[in-house]
Design a protein around this ligand. Sequence first.
Ligand SMILES: *Cc1c(COP(=O)(O)O)cnc(C)c1O
Length: 356
Amino acid sequence: MKKYNFYAGPSILPQYTLDKTIEGIKDFAGSGLSVLEISHRSKEFIACMNDTIALVRELLEVPAGYHVIFLGGGASLQFAMVPMNMMNKKSAYLNTGEWASKALKEAKLYGEVVEVASSKDKNFNFIPKNYTVPEDSDYFHVTTNNTIYGTELKKDPVVRIPLVADMSSDIFSRPVDVSKYSIIYAGAQKNLAPAGVTMIILKEEVLGKVTRPIPTMLDYRTHIKAESMFNTPPVFAVFAAQQTLRWLKDLGGVKAIQKKNIEKARLLYDEIDRNKLFVPTIKDPEDRSLMNICFVMSDGYKELEKPFAEFAKSKGMVGIEGHRSVGGFRASTYNALPIESVKALVDVMKEFEKKS
Ligand SMILES: *Cc1c(COP(=O)(O)O)cnc(C)c1O
């Protein structure tokens, strides 16, 4: 049976990425070796790394003065590397979800952390709006897409201090004005590649301002200088990322994919709003994520949660259970998810409503 992959991460990749990585596993860049067994210092892989970085720069229009690096450790390691490299005394965080909370917790190891606003008491079902960021903070940290709760910060915050963003789950889903940010980081396993690599875009001038000793591996400057080759990078994941970026470029880039993402999300939110069995967990359309669409059973239909989950599963839907802290359902509609999958889910929802 055809499967429709709505997993939140690791998640669906373009068929192009799968096909090209299979080719690369058999014969990487005509080397006669597999990408799984080739030296990261080989000319073939150095070319792959350089091209991957060039594609990131092109697709996101990364300005001069910024570096693009690829590291291991996931987005979670960035929760600690950011304050370690940027925070002298004080930093500010917008707390919009579980990942934002985890980032904030790590920063507290390095100094004073101001939580400028939080939507925690409403189970993170909105993005706080009117808050003040203390201007004596070394930086302001936001999470642009809250993967678990299904909210998204679609407008760049306006601050006069360096801005840092965890964009793990909406990177490359829409255009971003990189010049407004000092650091952007993203674990690859949502919109880019298999798990194992994190992409970081950094503004050169914000580094080197802290006085604490930083372990070599955790110092951004190490990896900038070594062009992500200080130690062995996640070769396979970088290679896969290159394929996804080529696919995205061929498709017309981030503007083109944004159009598709808007269309997919609209289709599903419209059905959630229309269908009497379901309600969205995020009420304000402005805050609704285009990547992770969360919904629960309406009042009076709560007992249909399990039957719906089973019905959807029987129709090939995979990964639509909500995160354990939210319950209900979450359909992740990342770049690689075709609109046909969303249509199939909508059909399942309609069919279930009819037979209930
Ligand atoms: C998935 C995710 C993370 C965690 O990424 P890891 O690579 O598992 O460390 C952090 N932030 C956001 C927004 C995420 O979606």
